[in-house]
Design a protein around this ligand. Structure first.
Ligand code: NAG
Ligand code: NAG
Ligand code: NAG
Ligand code: NAG
Ligand code: NAG
Length: 447
């Protein structure tokens, strides 16, 4: 899956073709060597095609005098402006282990490593910096302020695994075309970058593995995001009900300090939500039966939280779910047999319920335990191996329970799939395709 085929004027097939064409054109050997020659030996020799910026190519024999490069020496005014922004940023970079900066010279910023040009929507023949891809460059800079917010035609900014510090720019509204922002695995801090909220074209936001803290602006869920990766930061707040307004397909909130229950409004994401990771937070409260309406979900992971109550029968409606993880919580009661039947009737491959307080499993579940699909270690289920000590079970049983008693409800608006297990169903994922789980690694994986 390539999430980057986002709907956006800049990402239209035409743009991509143009992009490819420019890329090939600008990387053709004659062009490249012209630049090399210009930079290498052109200084001081009049008429060189590409003199070093800042050096005025005076008349033959004259000593070059340093001068600011002039707009007329660039392909267009936009590239001249971008050149100035890039050179200013270059001066702030404190480490460059891959020697990327050595290519950031000359009058053709479209040829710099990490920069790609395209013509912005509404213009003709005006290639300028449309995309930045610094993934894995491991550059260090004290801030992206004055750089990211000063390249106005950016559609993509990818900077996974660098060492950019401080906060994101406070105002990104000069970037109307931005639809992918990836600053994952950097050294960014401060509150949630609210500057992204006016970016109505944004489809992909990845800020995982940084030091962001505090509250996530609930209005991030009003954006048209298809991918939202917030994992491995220090966000701590009750999950807002606005979550249900998001058209997001891939949502990872793992490894933060989110609290409170999973909002019932999650049912309103059922037309889009495919993978969701609540893993390793401090979520509490009962599992809402609305989760059962997530008819497209292939991954639902709320492991390692403080969730309680029984598993709602509605989970038996998760006909697409392959990975269902509720391990390490305080769930109790009987594991509904309809959930285990998803192995035969649906696509279930892995059901993790270990380290809870379940007391009963039905016949389909017993079968899954034998097959190694269902893990019920460290519960309170009589007759199963590796359960909690009886004292722990009776202490838990004595505690007050406040979750509603579950009643069986038929699935809403859903055809029961007749998938036969072991047969590869169309669109069935393999473990390597769980891009939300890839997001739990700091590197550049899940795009
Ligand atoms: C950022 O710098 C720190 C300290 O030098 C280093 O430990 C870390 O690996 C760097 N991160 C990346 C992504 O290069
Ligand atoms: C943000 O930047 C835009 C365009 O550069 C400007 O018009 C606007 O006033 C700025 N907003 C704030 C709050 O500074
Ligand atoms: C990361 O940011 C902190 C401040 O937020 C700073 O003290 C530290 O030097 C930065 N680390 C690197 C490797 O730039
Ligand atoms: C789902 O969205 C509808 C329409 O916006 C709203 O009326 C309803 O309350 C939402 N459901 C939940 C459980 O929040
Ligand atoms: C099943 O899911 C659990 C929890 O996510 C994971 O730890 C385990 O490795 C998975 N098992 C398999 C066989 O994929």
């Amino acid at each position: 899956m390539d999430i980057r085929d986002a709907i956006s004027p800049y990402a239209s097939p035409l743009f991509l073709l143009l992009f490819l064409f420019l890329f090939l054109l600008l990387h053709m050997p004659p062009f490249v060597s012209a630049i090399d020659v210009g930079i290498g030996i052109g200084i001081g020799i009049g008429g060189s095609p590409e003199p070093e910026p800042g050096q005025s190519p005076g008349p033959s024999g004259a000593t070059p005098t340093p001068a600011e490069p002039q707009p007329c020496e660039f392909v267009n005014q936009k590239q001249y402006e971008a050149y100035k922004v890039i050179q200013r940023f270059k001066k702030t970079i404190t480490c460059d282990p891959k020697n990327v900066l050595s290519t950031w010279v000359g009058y053709r910023p479209c040829n710099y490593r990490g920069f790609y040009c395209g013509t912005p929507p509404g213009l003709k023949d005006t290639p300028t910096i449309a995309s930045v891809d610094f993934n894995g460059f491991r550059l260090c800079a004290p801030t992206l302020v004055g750089f990211l917010d000063s390249l106005p035609d950016l559609a993509l900014f990818h900077a996974n695994s660098n060492n950019f510090s401080s906060t994101l720019p406070l105002n990104l509204s000069a970037l109307p075309f931005l639809y992918e922002l990836d600053v994952s695995n950097n050294n960014l801090s401060g509150p949630f970058p609210a500057a992204v909220l006016p970016l109505f074209r944004l489809r992909f936001l990845d800020i995982r593995f940084n030091h962001f803290a505090g509250l996530v602006s609930p209005s991030v869920f009003n954006l048209g995001l298809q991918v939202l990766f917030l994992n491995d930061n220090s966000f701590n707040q009750p999950l807002p009900a606005e979550l249900g307004k998001s058209p997001v397909s891939y949502l990872t909130l793992a490894d933060n300090g989110f609290t409170g229950p999973i909002p019932k409004s999650i049912c309103n994401t059922s037309n889009t939500l495919i993978q969701v990771l609540f893993l390793n937070n401090r979520l509490s409260g009962c599992l809402p039966s609305e989760i059962g309406q997530l008819k497209k979900a292939t991954v639902f992971d709320a492991g390692k939280n403080q969730l309680t109550g029984p598993i709602p029968y509605s989970f038996g409606c998760l006909h697409k779910v392959e990975q269902l993880n509720l391990a390490i919580n305080q769930l109790y009661g009987c594991v509904p047999d309809v959930v285990c039947q998803l192995y035969k009737n649906g696509r279930l491959l892995n059901l993790s319920l270990s380290y809870n307080f379940f007391t009963e499993v039905g016949p389909s579940c017993v079968e899954l335990i034998k097959k190694g699909v269902l893990d019920v270690r460290q519960n309170c289920i009589p007759g199963q191996p590796d359960q909690r000590p009886p004292l722990e079970c009776s202490a838990f049983r004595a505690r007050c329970k406040y979750c509603p008693v579950q009643e069986y409800m038929p699935c809403i608006n859903q055809k029961v799939s007749n998938g036969v297990h072991g047969v590869v169903l169309p669109g069935a994922a393999t473990a390597t395709a769980y891009n939300s789980y890839t997001a739990l690694q700091p590197g550049d994986g899940p795009h």
